[in-house]
Design a binder for this molecule. Structure first.
Ligand SMILES: [Zn+2]
Length: 414
């Protein structure tokens, strides 16, 4: 199974926007971009919403059939490990194997020794085509990287082999992710991670490193764009090199787990994948749910009331909702509008505060982040929430499509 050169990971917390998401992708596809859609939902999200991966599979199949979709689509088991992969085996054909928790744990000394010995040839000043200055690698650094990453990659191999053995047809896309960790991986680390992945014989098609800067949920990138640009370009060069040198799959590409809506890095990504003739997978999953809320607010009436109700509950349950996401949100609690303030808002005020338009003076980054993690409140409303979405399908769908196409797909691929 091969993944298209360009692919976009989309999430749909409540499972009603599959048609709209595919419509946005199809719009690009009809303009000649071979773009695959990958629906992803993590175990954490399933647990909070109370869904199973089967529902994602049904949604994807239904959307593809309804749209007579001839491009590729996949269902991603997002950030899985051995502890929960069984829940995803039947209904996923894309597996994001997350080994971030194993980074920094040392493997046994024989394996460390063998790895360091096998890669002695990299010691010294090592030139990678496309990277301006040679990589400086000494034995200590090689040893250090092996101690930091080898065990994690072995775990990835273990999980990959488990999926292969237990998934009936054994045919799926494999991604290895290391993004949910504190420290970004350097290009030298990336080089040896790829070497280790090749040693484990993982047919990896996408790899998700951690980049420097803040990738907070649902809001733009915060960090040094020039540094991101350099890291991203160096990673592209390392991957091209790794494919040739370690015999990794020819279509291996970078996966950017954006945490949604990292608009300011789309320019560099677009430019650099063109420059290096590379593919890309971009995951921008969580904001479909915010487009639902924007649609409801725009609709006014009961829609606006429900949107306000969800905000008020989220406000009063701040700690509970924010704690699972503490490392990926930065909310200035004092600056949040109070539920009493919000009660007086018009439809237009709510929409402007929530919509991710940084040029709008009323855009409220704090409110947006709080609502981003407030989906648990909507999940608890159950049918009340789902029914109001269904009643306002036209306006919700318009927002979902415009957001995915105009703010994500267009700047990246068109
Ligand atoms: Zn991730």
């Amino acid at each position: 199974m091969k993944l298209a050169r360009y692919s976009i990971g989309t999430g749909d917390r409540f499972g009603l926007q599959g048609n709209s998401q595919l419509a946005a992708v199809k719009k690009a596809y009809n303009k000649g971009v071979d773009l695959a859609i990958v629906w992803n939902k993590s175990h954490r999200e399933h647990t909070i919403v109370g869904t199973t991966q089967e529902s994602v599979r049904q949604e994807a199949d239904q959307a593809a059939a309804a749209a007579s979709w001839t491009g590729q689509y996949f269902v991603d088991a997002d950030h899985i490990g051995l502890g929960n992969v069984d829940l995803f085996l039947d209904n996923s054909d894309f597996f994001t194997i997350d080994v971030a928790d194993f980074i920094g744990k040392k493997t046994d000394s024989k394996r460390l020794h063998d790895f360091v010995s096998a890669h002695q040839n990299f010691i010294g000043e090592y030139t990678i085509p496309g990277i301006a200055s040679p990589l400086k690698i000494n034995r200590e650094l090689l040893q250090e990287i092996a101690e930091k990453y080898l065990f994690a990659v072995q775990k990835a191999g273990e999980i990959y082999r488990y999926i292969k053995k237990n998934k009936n047809n054994g045919d799926f896309i494999t991604e290895v992710s290391m993004d949910e960790t504190a420290e970004p991986q350097t290009p030298v680390e990336m080089l040896f991670i790829l070497a280790a992945i090749a040693d484990e014989k993982i047919p990896v098609q996408t790899i998700a490193p951690k980049f420097s800067g803040r990738f907070n949920k649902g809001v733009d990138y915060i960090g040094d764009l020039a540094q991101f640009r350099q890291e991203f370009e160096e990673d592209l060069c390392i991957i091209t090199y790794g494919i040739k040198t370690f015999g990794l799959p020819a279509d291996l590409k970078l996966s950017v787990h954006s945490g949604s809506d990292k608009f300011s890095i789309y320019g560099p990504i677009r430019e650099l994948i063109a420059k290096h003739n590379a593919g890309i997978h971009v995951k921008t999953a969580g904001t479909t749910w915010l487009e639902e809320l924007i649609g409801l607010a725009e609709a006014g009436g009961t829609g606006l009331e429900i949107a306000k109700q969800i905000y008020s509950s989220s406000y009063s349950r701040f700690d509970e909702l924010c704690s699972p996401y503490a490392s990926v949100i930065d909310i200035d609690r004092e600056a949040l509008p109070t539920p009493a303030d919000l009660q007086t808002w018009t439809s237009d005020q709510f929409v402007k505060a929530l919509r991710h338009d940084q040029s709008c003076p009323d855009y409220d980054i704090n409110l947006r982040q709080l609502l981003h993690v407030g989906y648990k409140v909507a999940a608890e409303l159950g049918d009340t929430y789902l029914n109001v979405l269904r009643q306002n399908e036209a306006v919700v769908s318009k927002n979902v499509i415009e957001n995915l196409y105009d703010r994500h797909i267009k700047p990246l691929f068109l």
